[in-house]
Unconditional design. Sequence first.
Lengths: 64, 266
Amino acid sequence: VTLTLQPMCVSAAPDREGCLVLLDNCIVAVLVRLSEWHGEAAGSWFYELASAPVMARITLRFST
Amino acid sequence: MPRDASAPDFDKERTMTAPTELHLEHNVLFRKLRSISPLSDDEKECLSTLPLTTKKFGPDQDIVREGDRPSECCLVVEGFVCRYKFTTDGKRQIFSFHIAGDIPDLQSLHLKVMDHSLMTLTPCKLAFISHQSLTELMRKCPRVADVMWRDTLIDAAIFREWMMGIGRRSAYTRIAHVLCEVFSKMRSVGLGNGNGCEWPVTQAELGDALGLSTVHVNRSLQELRGDGLIELRGGSLTILNWDGLKKAGEFDPTYLHLDGEAEQAA
């Protein structure tokens, strides 16, 4: 099983920085880094989109 | 801030005041029922005799829980209350927000076991009415029973709008819609000012109500602010452009059936 993080620009204004999460070359999630608009949460990562099996196991926001 | 000329002129329609002999709690209930249907002096008199027990609650306190078998209903006198339920893995769904004048567990009069819970969102003053007293009131004054029945039907109409929002509307539209709804309800019972009202609901609570993450709530609120529609500050909502907010929320107030007198006359 290979997990790949592919940096990507995202259109989720005001957030722009993101990455694709690939599991064995299949997209399983899109992560977005939260901008300063999000106060205390700024800089943490957020699951913008995730496949159903991933959604069932994750915490939506995390710091690293 | 000058009042938006397009804001609804509820004041003009709601200038009728309750008789001074009504206590605060009875007046709050009277104002609510009067906002959805006309009431005669006899019916007012009937309401004024309803025995109530007032209690103060802090924020985030359960009032009644899923599985309980309450023997009384709760009238919100001051503050914000919500109905909610947890999924088995601990995610909360808020079903509705309630303000002064609402009796959010009125259905416990006929549905004996609570199928959801009721909690405060802010410090609240609540007045409890025993089922027995409510039943006696409704027998003595069938017109009041009719208005309470009407209120439960409006409650169901609100659920249909929320279902529409959660199922089919964007985060931006859902939030604009709920802001329009709460503002309209507050104004109809004489709360709030010309173009705004109290808004103590946190982003996390709003997310739990609308099926959104706090990230999406925050982004959408920023967008509504950026579009010049609202301002949220210090627990208050100011509506800068009422027509714009209604359009953003696809808000048509028909489902709130607030103009009781017009409906009766039609």
